[in-house]
Design a binder for this molecule. Sequence first.
Ligand SMILES: [Zn+2]
Length: 165
Amino acid sequence: MAWFCSSCGAPLPEEPPTTCASCGAQHWRNPKPCGGALLVRDGRLLLARRAIEPWLGRWDIPGGFCDQREHPRDAAERELYEETGMRGRAMRLVGMWLDDYAGDEVCLNIYYEMEPAGGGEPEPVSDEVSELRWFAPDELPLDDISFPAHCREVLATWRDSQNGG
Ligand SMILES: [Zn+2]
C-alpha cells in the first residue's frame, strides 16, 4: 500500500506515523472513536441484529462513529435512536475497548450504560438492523455477537456489574 502526503501529494517514505520528506508535514494514524449504547430496561439489555457487513446476521451493541466534534456519549445516544427508535440517557461509562473494524481501520469503542428516556418499544427503524431483542444477563448471545474480539468482553463486563460484581 502506498501512502501520500495530504499536504503536498508527495509519496511518504513509510507508513505513518512519519514525516513527509518533501514538505515536512507530519502524518499520524489514530483509532476512530465510536460511542456504544448499553440500553437497559427491567434488567435486560437491548441488542440489534446486524443487516449489514461486517458481521452480517450477528447481534450487535447499538452504536457508531463519532462526528468530528461529537462527544462519544452523544454519539452513543444518537446512534441508539437511529438504530432502534429508542431514546436513551447515558448513566455511566462502562469502559473503552480498542478493536480492528474492517480493512485496517482501528476503533476506540466507548460504551455507556443507558436508561430509557421516554417510553415506546424498540423498532428496527434502520436498514442496518433486522431485529431487536431484550436480553437478560444470563441470556446474552456471547457466541453470536459481532466484533467478538471486544464485544464479548463488553457484554461480560456489563453482566458482571449487574450481579453486584
Ligand atoms: Zn508533503
